[in-house]
Ligand binder design. Structure first.
Ligand code: PGA
Length: 250
């Protein structure tokens, strides 16, 4: 069975609640009736209620960009899975390379966050990907295998039904450089093989693997035509309603 693609917007640290609602006022009519793919919007924490309100009654998913693995406690500045659910979240991005690079996220914290998200019924979008030096040193496969193995440790195929992985080569994020569809497809095969080891073949075959890194209206069609690419995680080009709608409708 073909996997339905997921087109997710990662707004990073952009947009106030008002700007988020302005975006959706323009965006929603552009994708009205579009049911070929799933769509999700991942704004900052403070925009989640405004986005949930604007999307009420809509099929579009709402994702946070991070979460903490504990249910509650003395963790200043952190947000739990239950809190995300309470404001209407359906998805959560975990282990984005910017969090790994600037905020000390590790393969181990990714695993703990993934377990918390799955236990709460949030669809996790776990990000993996190599940096430029690793690609140049031919370490891509090794890095992807390690990231997937550790992220998926102690998770069963049954638990992983909602799991999505995003392959985001770090050298392609926000740089304008995109992996070719072939480079992405090769990486996706490595990720799927590793997921099959950890979760079993059925779960791995059903799991969506998104590509992220400078996805734009101009390159979306070529990327999305690869059968191994099950959608996109879009940063910069998702901030403008026209451009994100063009990507969704590639
Ligand atoms: P980009 O970001 O589309 O701006 O490269 C993608 C991401 O970081 O998720």
């Amino acid at each position: 069975m073909a996997r339905k693609k997921l087109m997710a917007a990662n707004w990073k640290m952009y947009k106030t609640p008002q700007q988020a609602q302005e975006f959706l006022r323009a965006f929603l009519p552009m994708v009205d009736g579009h049911d070929r793919d799933e769509i999700a919007i991942c704004p900052s924490f403070v925009c989640l209620p405004a986005v949930a309100e604007a999307l009420a009654g809509n099929y579009i998913g709402i994702g946070a960009q991070n979460l903490h693995w504990e249910k509650e406690g003395a963790y200043t500045g952190e947000v739990s899975a239950a809190m995300l659910k309470a404001v209407g979240c359906t998805h959560v991005i975990i282990g984005h390379s910017e969090r790994r690079q600037y905020f000390g996220e590790t393969d181990d914290t990714v695993n703990r966050k993934l377990q918390a998200a799955l236990a709460a019924g949030l669809a996790p979008i776990v990000c993996v990907g190599e940096v430029l030096q690793e690609r140049e040193a031919s370490l891509t496969e090794q890095v992807l295998r390690r990231q997937c193995q550790r992220a998926l440790s102690s998770i069963s195929g049954d638990e992983a039904r909602m799991l999505v992985i995003a392959y985001e080569p770090v050298w392609a994020i926000g740089t304008g450089k995109t992996a070719t569809p072939q480079i992405a497809a090769e990486a996706h095969l490595v990720i799927r093989a590793e997921a099959a080891q950890a979760l079993g073949k059925v779960a791995a075959d059903n799991m969506r693997i998104l590509y992220g890194g400078s996805v734009k209206p101009e390159n979306a069609k070529a990327l999305m035509s690869e059968s191994e690419i099950d959608g996109a995680l879009v940063g910069g080009a998702s901030l403008d309603p026209k451009s994100f709608a063009a990507i969704v409708k590639y």
